[in-house]
Design a protein around this ligand. Structure first.
Ligand code: DGT
Ligand code: CA
Ligand code: ZN
Length: 579
């Protein structure tokens, strides 16, 4: 997959153009293209071979040609030219979130600062505040940005890493003599970000497995090669640790390397209380190994049922297992629909037919077609005149389609004053109304909370979309009084979204659990702008599971009829409260 490489070059071109003060539309076009290419779940090379590059949102003839050039030559003529005009240090500064090119240029030229470390030091010593147009606030923002950048470098979003890990597993299964094989670590627990890939195998020929592993095309560098452990760095920039373990202790090793560390420590303590030693090599009584082949044995040894990996964070799962009150987590195959997909009616790239066909491929039964509202011009918001056309198209589709059904929805913008971007008489026409904030992130906690609370009080709003607005590694969540959001959601019977787009995962696991505990329903949506992104739905389920959610907590487990009825009933109930 060259997706990341192509996206990276586009992103750098955008940054270079920004320093030069080029046309903002052109800059945005490159940024948007980079984002969409990176988010693809299919190989951009494959799309190029099939002549389908222009199906990627934001890719026209010109950018398609440029993608081909990168795939063929490994770089872009235009990029090489731009690079020659601009010092490379400045490029690095542009990776700092919230540190724009104009300010970067001033710092570089006036203070001669050449590295991020120097920049951090200068901020701490308040040497930037004296520059024209700078102040203490700027320094604070730059320091925040540097912190984000460091986090981003250290950890990658699960949604990027999981497919790489799965690809490694499938290659090892196909090409090397492995018997058992599992992904362990934070990926198995489905943590939202991941430091490295941990893989565990058993094999009668460990040396052969290692030999084949280090020669896989995804591997860039071998860091350590041994008979039981080999570490490599992938071209994607992440480390992989592959361990070959004895079949006798595979279960114990899997439990150990799945973690979390905090969870392991609790299990080990429970073992000690029973006179047992539990580690990655098995379960021991004195010198004797009394178990460890299967993971269940580890839990059974300390009197517990098997605990799903998503819960293993020492957040009460041990106590719940002891009390027999572990949740029956919502299953990955229990979600029947995707609540939040953008179509060609706004800024999505697919028609409703294409979306339905993709849903069918994923085994889904329904999709909420939730396009942006009129005011979001940059995102192709649907003007009021076109809503009836969309509604009719969806009704006609539903008549034709026997299996997959669509809901006519909207992702209505919550405006700066808390009002919604469509009037009530329009909102009432939709089957599904998700209200989201897309602007005014800097308003402060009270205002932002108030906007969401006001939206929830609207009788036609079913759900709040990506409630905190965070983007992993790019944008911190805006400040919200989450307790008040959750209690108002409960009072108004408004659902909260678990946005499953890999950079959002918003609500996160902790907030999803708080919502569930308060009795608030959760709705999972991928926010897909291109059909492939619908395959991220499982990431939303993973968040729900990490949030201890059961089937009843998740509206996506309803079938089409039940879901539509649920949505209607909510509006009737809300209207009754008002009158
Ligand atoms: P990551 O890699 O930061 O995304 O998160 P993990 O959980 O995959 O952490 P990693 O790769 O450092 O280690 C994998 C697992 O190995 C971890 O979840 C628990 C186990 N482990 C590592 N170090 C220790 C330790 O010092 N004590 C115990 N009990 N377990 C450990
Ligand atoms: Ca790990
Ligand atoms: Zn949105």
């Amino acid at each position: 997959m060259k997706n990341k490489e192509v996206a990276e070059i586009f992103r750098k071109v955008a940054a270079l153009l920004e320093i030069k003060g080029d046309n903002p539309y052109r800059i945005r076009a490159y940024q948007r293209a980079a984002q969409n290419i990176e988010a693809l779940t299919v190989d951009v090379e494959e799309l190029a071979a099939q002549g389908k590059l222009e199906r990627i949102p934001g890719i026209g003839k010109d950018l398609a040609q440029k993608i081909k050039e990168i795939l063929e030559t490994g770089t872009l003529q235009k990029y090489e030219e731009l690079k020659r005009e601009i010092p490379p240090e400045l490029l690095k500064f542009l990776e700092i979130p919230g540190f724009g090119p104009k300010k970067a240029k001033i710092v570089y030229e006036k203070l001669g600062i050449k590295t991020i470390e120097e920049l951090e030091k200068a901020c701490l010593e308040h040497r930037l505040a004296r520059l024209p147009g700078f102040g203490p606030k700027t320094e604070e923002n730059i320091l925040k940005g540097i912190k984000l950048l460091k986090q981003k470098r250290g950890r990658l979003p699960l949604g990027l890493v999981l497919p790489w890990a799965e690809e490694l597993v499938s290659l090892l299964k196909k090409k090397s003599p492995v018997d058992r094989i599992d992904i362990a670590g934070s990926i198995r627990r489905r943590r939202e970000t991941v430091k490295d890939i941990d893989i565990l195998v058993t094999s009668k020929n460990p040396l052969k497995v290692m030999e084949i592993f280090v020669s896989l095309p995804m591997v860039e560098e071998v860091l350590l090669q041994g008979e039981t452990k080999t570490s490599v760095r992938l071209k994607q920039g992440i480390q992989v640790d592959l361990r070959v373990v004895d079949p006798e202790c595979y279960g114990a090793a899997l439990a150990y390397f799945t973690g979390s560390k905090a969870h392991n420590i609790r299990i080990r303590e429970l073992g000690v209380q029973r006179g047992l030693k539990i580690n990655e090599y098995g379960i021991f009584k004195g010198q004797n190994r009394i178990g460890g082949r299967e993971e269940e044995e580890v839990f059974a040894a300390v009197g517990l049922p098997w605990i799903p990996p998503e819960l293993r964070e020492d957040r009460g799962e041990i106590e719940a297992a002891q009390a027999g009150t572990l949740p029956r987590l919502v299953g990955y195959d229990e979600v029947l629909g995707d609540a939040h997909v953008h179509s060609k009616f706004s800024d999505g790239s697919a028609s409703i037919e294409e979306i339905a066909a993709y849903a069918r491929k994923l085994g889904l039964k329904w999709v909420g077609i939730c396009d942006h509202s009129q005011g979001l011009k940059v995102a192709g918001g649907v003007p009021i005149e076109k809503i009836m056309e969309k509604k009719k198209a969806i009704e006609a589709f539903n008549k034709r389609s026997k299996d997959v059904k669509l809901l006519c929805g909207t992702e209505v913008d919550i405006l700066a004053d808390g009002k919604l971007d469509y009037p009530d008489e329009i909102l009432k026409e939709f089957d599904l109304v998700i209200a989201s904030i897309h602007s005014g992130f800097k308003q402060g906690e009270e205002n932002l909370t108030q906007r969401i609370v006001a939206a929830m009080k609207n009788p036609f709003v079913h759900c709040i979309g990506h409630p905190t607005g965070r983007l992993l590694g790019e944008r911190e969540p805006y400040p919200l009084d989450m307790e008040r959001i959750i209690s108002t959601a409960k009072e108004t019977k408004t659902a909260l979204e678990i946005n499953a787009y890999y950079k959002r995962l918003d609500l996160n696991d902790i907030h999803a659990r708080a919502a569930k505990e308060a009795g608030v329903k959760l709705l999972i949506g991928t926010d897909a702008h291109i059909t492939d992104q619908m395959s991220y739905l499982h990431l939303g389920v993973a968040v729900a599971r990490r949030g201890w959610c059961e089937k009843d907590d998740i509206l996506n487990t309803l079938n089409y009829r039940q879901f539509k009825k649920y949505l209607k009933d909510i509006v009737s109930w809300k209207l009754k409260q008002k009158s």
